[in-house]
Design a protein around this ligand. Structure first.
Ligand code: PAF
Length: 285
């Protein structure tokens, strides 16, 4: 595996691969890699000739300076994992390399970016669009891989890709979970043992929501019961739970507004650690 530190190095590696007619799989990450990321890398490895993984904690998508400061950074361990996973290139640039001058671009991301994370974290999705559009332009991926844990992010990236005329394919990948159901996340490393023990209640509440839907609960009933179940666990506090259309990300009032299956998206504070998760409701038959 070659570690690339500059955009120039990335561009030349990509140009060499393209000259040989090779396909490129890109996995954008912020590092602190876990099995969830590695499942994206594995899929990229299966489906492409060349795999590029970017490791970059993108400051423009953090609206909270403390979150940026405390975001785990584990470059050495990340490189070992990527090497073992058969990655060809790890792109690990500095902030100055990516943003030699401030990126003032404002993307017209539309309604998908206005709700949920967009409402709670102003500027977050514009920052994601900034970095991902740069990575797409430099790496020219045939396919780019993103985890469904950040399902709204995928919708936003699709919108950005449409605006920018991106020709590659965006590949959503399943959420990986710990044995007790907790969605894998780099932020899980910040949980104390006590917090780690209660965090799986989030996924349990989401699976109960799907069961409640199957037994005839309305969107409002399922919503309220889910929020109540999570908040009943001392140490957990729901920031939002929204039952949304899988493409537009807009809240639905009735299940038949999303016949292909709504998504329940939740954000929960576990102490000062903000955990996010989601679940798909079944399609209506
Ligand atoms: O999902 C993430 O880790 C980040 O938002 C991404 C897509 C790597 C952009 O910085």
């Amino acid at each position: 595996m070659e570690i690339l530190r500059t955009v120039e190095q990335l561009r030349s590696a990509v140009a060499r691969a393209k000259a040989e007619g090779l396909s490129i799989g890109l996995v954008p990450t912020m590092g602190a890699l876990h099995k969830g990321h590695l499942s994206l890398v594995e899929k990229a490895r299966d489906e492409n000739d060349v795999v590029v993984v970017s490791v970059f904690v993108n400051p423009t998508q953090f609206n909270n300076p403390d979150d940026l400061r405390t975001y785990p950074r584990t470059e050495e361990a990340d490189c070992a994992l990527l090497r073992a996973a058969g990655v060809d290139y790890a792109f690990i640039p500095s902030v100055e390399e990516i943003y030699p001058e401030p990126d003032t671009r404002v993307f017209d991301l539309g309604p998908v970016a206005e709700v949920m994370e967009g409402a709670m974290r102003p500027g977050h999705f514009n920052g994601v669009a900034q970095i991902v559009s740069k990575l797409f332009a430099w790496a020219e991926p045939t396919r780019a891989y993103f985890g469904r844990k950040d399902i709204q992010q995928i919708a936003v990236i699709r919108r950005m890709a449409e605006l920018e005329g991106f020709k590659g394919t965006i590949v959503p990948c399943p959420i990986l979970r710990e044995d007790d159901g907790l969605a894998m996340s780099s932020r899980n490393t910040r949980l104390t043992p006590e917090q780690r023990a209660i965090a799986p209640a989030i996924h349990h509440a989401l699976t109960a929501a799907v069961e409640a839907c199957a037994s005839g609960g309305s969107v409002q009933q399922v919503h309220d019961a889910t929020v109540e179940a999570v908040n009943a666990v001392p140490g957990l506090e729901v920031e939002y739970f929204a039952i949304v259309h899988p493409e537009t990300m807009q809240p639905v009032q009735a299940w038949d507004e999303a016949p292909e299956g709504a998504i329940g998206c939740i954000t929960v504070y576990c102490g000062d650690v903000r955990l996010i998760d989601n679940i798909s409701f079944p399609a209506l038959s």
